[in-house]
Design a protein around this ligand. Structure first.
Ligand code: GAP
Length: 465
């Protein structure tokens, strides 16, 4: 796809997401708030379905994986131990022409040069200098006019529990990733459950980062949600288990309904010093293949660091062999928002109509569709049809997310439901009053079937299972 077409698709998706109640810019009536977004009425349903599906696959279906919901606020030492206070930063440079602050690693990436996450300011400046003439400011287009790069810490500070004037010196941070809450609860989980190594802890929750570049819609937000999974293993088993998890996580996206041609593995060549392996699953977003999920083998780094900083022994003793060791950690971490963006990009389809106009159709996998069934009376001014349609809506709403829709004519209702990806539209018409059947229209085939009202539950159960 050409650059123009790609940005066009992104613009269309952003427009659709707002128009159809999926994603709104935050605080819009005040002019917006950079890189913060709100999920609208259908967006919240889609995000909920994404999270529920992840939880089912990761926690419910695995005997040795349990859930956790740790707090957003943690002891400030957590972020020292994790390395975030000293090293969780992005390299920033300013365009001398338009004064935009830009991420140097992104500028380099745009010309095919990849910087190591842990590079010092000196190293990143060397790379910047070597490539300076080729790099163009994405805002104003000027080439080669950049200040020196400087690291900018991404942790978001707060004054929680600190009532002094200079709280900024010892701030409590809003968590920059959810997994630290898992590491610091490792012992609690072990002591309160019957888990033995290998076992995993999964968590879904908000994370906050002072991201510099507010770009690419919900791909990079300042407040976002992560679905993180940490698997605790014996060091000798780690690499084999890592490969198994890589396969499982790939399969997870196929089972979610993501098109395989839109997924790609990306191997990290420059590993951080404690990691033994790191792969990302990239998705083909409208702006190209970018990280959707990171699957990393983090060795014993996290538990060792927290043992050191807290003074608490976080090692594990094998109850059978009595062997004592610090477990190694395999991590699979993905954003709810990035999954959301991948799912809507995958589902977004335009169809040409006979009159030359285009219509948008969201081909969501059925399990993710925000509304499963729309129920309509053929005519809204015929009380007998409305009453019957309401009766059906009331009988289905406790099982499925349904919508009662009597606005406009039936063609418009189908179009509206296609635009939000509703798999089934059910219509009560005059034949319903005669033989107690309704028409059910399938979003993907557009085939309409007549189904007995008493068989509706069974029909939908088969179709939506
Ligand atoms: N615990 C590891 C960790 O946080 P990460 O690569 O920084 O690693 C993991 O983040 C995942 O979280 C990413 O693959 C992405 O899906 C999501 N993510 C990270 N930063 C994000 C942001 N600013 N906005 C939305 N999602 C983000």
């Amino acid at each position: 796809m050409s650059d123009k077409k790609e940005s066009n698709k992104m613009e269309k998706i952003v427009g659709w997401a707002k128009r159809r109640g999926f994603v709104f810019p935050s605080s819009e009536i005040y002019g917006g708030f950079g890189a913060v977004y709100d999920f609208g009425p259908y967006g919240v349903e889609l995000a909920k379905n994404i999270k529920e599906n992840w939880w089912k696959v990761m926690v419910q279906e695995n005997e040795n994986i349990i859930g956790l919901d740790s707090s957003i606020f943690m002891h400030p030492k957590v972020w020292e131990a994790s390395g975030h206070v000293s090293g969780f930063s992005d390299p920033l440079a300013e365009c001398k022409q338009c004064h935009s602050r830009l991420r140097v690693d992104h500028l380099l990436e745009d010309i095919g040069v990849f910087a190591d996450e842990k590079m010092s300011d000196e190293e990143i400046n060397k790379l910047l200098d070597e490539n300076r003439d080729e790099i163009k400011c994405p805002k104003c287009g000027t080439k080669g006019q950049f200040s020196k790069a400087k690291s900018f810490n991404l942790l978001v500070k707060s004054n929680l529990g600190n009532f002094t004037e200079d709280w900024n010196k010892e701030p409590a941070y809003l968590r920059g990733e959810t997994c630290q809450g898992i590491y610091i609860n490792f012992k609690n989980v072990l002591d309160s459950t019957r888990q033995k190594i290998p076992f995993g802890i999964a968590q879904i929750g908000k994370a906050f980062r002072n991201e510099i570049t507010a770009r690419q819609f919900i791909f990079r937000k300042r407040e976002f949600e992560q679905m993180e999974f940490q698997y605790f293993v014996h060091p000798n088993e780690a690499m084999k288990s890592y490969e198994e998890w890589r396969e499982r996580r790939w399969q997870y996206y196929l089972d979610l309904g993501i098109k395989e041609e839109n997924l790609k593995w990306h191997k990290h060549e420059n590993l951080v010093f404690y990691a033994k392996a790191a792969w990302d699953i990239d998705y083909n977003f409208p702006f190209g293949f970018k990280e959707l999920e990171g699957i990393h083998y983090r060795t014993d780094y996290d538990l060792t660091q927290h043992s050191k900083f807290s003074g608490k022994d976080l090692s594990y003793r094998n109850p059978q062999t009595n062997e004592k060791y610090i477990p190694h950690i395999l991590e699979a971490s993905v954003g709810v928002d990035r999954t959301f963006l991948a799912v809507i990009t995958d589902a977004y389809t335009e169809e040409k109509l006979e009159d030359g106009n285009k219509r948008v159709m969201m081909k969501f996998p059925k399990k993710l569709a925000p509304i499963k069934v729309a129920i309509s009376p053929l005519l809204k001014n015929k009380p007998e049809l409305v009453t019957k349609a309401r009766e059906i809506y009331n009988s289905l709403k406790s099982q499925y997310m349904c919508e009662f829709d009597d606005n406009g004519n039936i063609g418009k209702r189908y179009r509206r439901q296609d635009e939000i990806g509703t798999p089934y539209c059910l219509t009560v018409d005059f034949e319903t009053l005669e033989n107690d059947t309704v028409t059910i229209r399938d979003r993907d085939t557009m085939v309409q079937e007549r189904v007995k009202v008493e068989k509706l539950e069974e029909f939908l159960k088969n179709k939506l299972k």
